[in-house]
Design a binder for this molecule. Structure first.
Ligand code: GLC
Length: 740
């Protein structure tokens, strides 16, 4: 059947274009059916089949069985009056059956190409099951690792988050939404959710407009411009107006300023929660506030179904407003091609978890791991120099926990754990002995310590695989302390006492405060939650089959008391510096109440992070030299080249993520002391060097000023190139107005 043909039993029309098809459908729909299109119900909703038949359902969430989905679509297209197909939505966040590293881990790969491929595979596997809409990417910029959902985010930086979000979007939506293996994506949670106070989920956010526009909006604006199909509102109260009822956000910004054409879905019951917020007095008011603000589709609750008819009949909401909302929903269904074929591209084993999907999952995990410490070249381990290996820890052999949060449709049975992979790799060349040490990562019982200590004492090296179980990260799973949970630090200390070198592998959904245990371990590989192929990926890194190349997508604080701590901070009027930090132990007792330093620091913790944004070691070493610009002054509207020489001065071929940062020294609003403006993943053989060049246009220096206008201002800029945000290799350039 040719595209834009609408056939439902009795009605066969061929439309000149999608707008004509949309308008025709709007003209045919009753008010009840229009409100039906604005309603998404969970797959376990009562009388779902009948509701679909009555035309009261526009979308179903959380159904993943292909046969069930096909039956729902059959009812919708063959038994309802107008035969409008359903959007079938699911949280396909970091994989469907093949689970990739959690998004925060994928962000640590700084590899848009790998991230796009992971999303594409997720789209193939989920569309095979009949899904056509995912609630991803989650692009909340977050700087608070106490927040459980930081695991779902792409880190602390607007530029990195924007770049990687576009890669995910391309993977999900492909070149054509109508491709059977493309699925619609969803930018969430709009907006500012990552700034939930105290890192407690669903908590209040107070974000000045300038901060919203310069930090939290950029990833959303980037994916809106890149064609993302839908947006999802946040649960959170944004400056006193919950995002789900925030007309300034959904209409003035998204629709009017950004001219976004896609549709907005609420979060789960977030319309009803407007009552809990104290923003709507009842469900009728909640339906009004959300609809009036611009929420096109309601997820999981039925305030729209119950109250929009009366709101429209009483003309509180106009039918034109409803028609515009329903048009956006119908247009997506047309764009996806659901009117031509709404059915699952029936899943075949070759498409799910096949060798290619698993190979990509392993590569993604390899690129996402960040080497934080490697004293005395403890890593890579040598199969010939080691006779015995102790594998210790509750996450060493747990195929479920390594999947991480939001891995709904993954299956632990498909996982390859670290213990399994290490044993398979070393075979008989090394004696491997496993001791779990603790029942779970949260356990406070030291019953397993003796066995672990004995195992380590008999080994040449102890590989400890610790961290957070999946349940300790993700939605509503926030922590007031971000150290290793349970008695893991005590377990590390017990193994440390044996004198056996320790390689610590951490699986977690957030930065962990490691300062206490860092001196006791020889190497640290931070693996996030690496997914189905955690074992092979970590094994290949531990034994040098591949070289760690991940870089931190967010800052690791020394203590939880430093939060929020991020590289792109403002300078303040009294910036901390080495010269003014005063350690609390260096203060004489009865010191006079004089100003101790008078700078922005804490007396009891050094102001610097434990590990900075962009940091990550390699098995090789990289040298950066000769930073330069091709011209010192550039006219507004022009570009300049910023370059540096990178050299692999180590003994192994390796990849490095080269980063470009700038600073706008003086501007009409204060600007961050550093801003990431570019990065390149570069492979160099041992001894090889290469000039790394970044092109930078003055538009890329723009920010929202006091008038909330996006602008680049003239003046002097600093620029850095390096392998971490704390790089000191700096140059300078000036932006000037072109001479008349
Ligand atoms: C959840 C999350 C949202 C998710 C939705 C559907 O509560 O906030 O990210 O997509 O509900 O599961």
């Amino acid at each position: 059947m040719p595209a834009n043909t609408y056939q439902q039993g009795r009605i066969k029309q061929v439309f000149s274009d999608k707008n004509a098809q949309t308008s025709y459908l709007i003209s045919q729909l009753t008010l009840a059916e229009k409100i039906g299109q604005m309603s998404q119900f969970n797959n376990d909703a009562e009388n779902l089949h009948n509701a679909i038949k009555q035309g009261n359902v526009g979308s179903v969430i959380n159904e993943v069985d292909p046969d069930t989905i096909n039956e729902l679509q059959r009812i919708a297209t063959q038994e309802s009056r107008l035969g409008i197909p359903l959007l079938i939505g699911r949280d396909v966040i970091h994989g469907f059956n093949t689970i990739f590293p959690i998004p925060l881990g994928q962000a640590a790969s700084w590899s848009p190409d790998v991230i796009e491929l992971c999303a594409k595979i997720a789209a193939v596997e989920s569309s095979n099951s009949g899904l056509n809409w995912t609630f991803a990417p989650m692009i909340d910029v977050s700087r608070d690792p106490r927040w459980g959902r930081i695991a779902e985010s792409l880190g602390e930086d607007p530029f990195l988050c924007s770049t990687l979000a576009i890669a995910m979007l391309k993977g999900f939506q492909g070149d054509k939404l109508s491709d059977p293996h493309s699925i619609a994506a969803c930018a969430k949670h709009f907006a500012g959710y990552g700034a939930s106070e105290s890192g407690r989920d669903y908590n209040t956010t107070n974000i000045p407009e300038n901060e919203l526009r310069n930090v939290h909006f950029p990833p959303f604006k980037a994916v809106a411009e890149a064609g993302i199909s839908t947006f999802m509102t946040s649960f959170s109260d944004l400056n006193g107006v919950p995002a789900t009822g925030n007309k300034w956000l959904l209409n003035d910004i998204l629709r009017t300023e950004w001219q976004y054409p896609g549709f907005v879905v609420s979060d789960w019951a977030s319309i009803t929660q407007l009552i809990t917020h104290g923003f709507a007095k009842d469900e009728n008011a909640a339906a009004y506030e959300a609809c009036n603000a611009g929420v096109d589709m309601e997820m999981a609750t039925d305030n729209y179904a119950q109250h929009l008819p009366s709101l429209i009949n009483s003309e509180k909401i106009s039918i034109e407003h409803i028609d515009a909302m329903v048009s956006r929903i119908l247009r997506l269904k047309i764009d996806i091609g659901l009117f031509d074929n709404p059915y699952a591209a029936n899943s075949t084993s070759s498409k799910q978890l096949n060798s290619f999907h698993l190979a990509v999952a392993k590569q993604a995990a390899i690129k996402s791991c960040v080497l934080l410490k490697n004293d005395k070249h403890t890593l890579p381990l040598s199969k010939t120099a080691i006779d015995s290996l102790a594998i210790i820890g509750p996450l060493a052999d747990d195929g479920y926990e390594q999947l991480g949060t939001w891995a709904f449709d993954g299956n632990a049975e498909h996982s390859i754990t670290c213990l399994e992979a290490i044993k398979a790799y070393v075979k008989d060349s090394i004696k491997v002995k496993f001791a779990i040490g603790m029942e779970t990562s949260r356990s406070n019982h030291q019953d397993g310590f003796d066995e672990a200590v004995n195992t380590a004492s008999d080994a040449d090296v102890a590989v400890m695989i610790l961290g957070e179980e999946a349940i300790l990260s993700g939605e509503a799973h926030c922590r007031s302390n971000i150290n290793l949970p349970g008695c893991q630090e005590a377990l590390i200390d017990a193994i440390y006492q044996t004198g056996t070198p320790i390689v610590l592998v951490i699986m977690a959904g957030r930065p962990i405060t490691l300062a206490t245990i860092l001196p006791k371990v020889d190497a640290v590989l931070f693996a996030w939650h690496p997914g189905t192929m955690a074992g092979p990926a970590i094994t290949e890194l531990l034994f040098g089959e591949d070289c760690p190349s991940g870089k931190l997508p967010l800052t690791f604080p020394r203590t939880v008391g430093q939060i929020p701590l991020y590289y792109g901070q403002k300078n303040t009027g009294r910036p901390a510096s080495e010269s003014t930090f005063i350690d609390i132990n260096s203060i004489n007792v009865r010191a006079p109440q004089t100003s101790l330093g008078m700078t922005s620091t804490h007396l009891d913790t050094h102001y610097s992070p434990l590990f900075p944004f962009g940091y990550g070691l390699s098995y090789s070493q990289f040298e950066y030299k000769n930073i330069n610009v091709d011209k010192y002054s550039i006219n507004m509207g022009e570009s300049l080249k910023i370059a540096a020489t990178l050299r692999n001065i180590g003994k192994v071929d390796a990849e490095e993520v080269v980063q470009l940062y700038i600073r706008d020294l003086v501007a009409s609003v204060t600007r961050p002391v550093k801003e990431l403006k570019g990065f390149q993943r570069v492979y160099l053989k041992a001894g090889q060097s290469k000039s790394i060049v970044f092109d930078l246009h003055t538009d890329e220096l723009a920010f929202y000023n006091r008038q909330m206008t996006l602008t680049t201002e003239t003046g002097i800029f600093h620029a850095w190139i390096g392998g971490s945000s704390d790089t000191e290799l700096k140059t300078e350039f000036e932006v000037i107005l072109p001479s008349e």
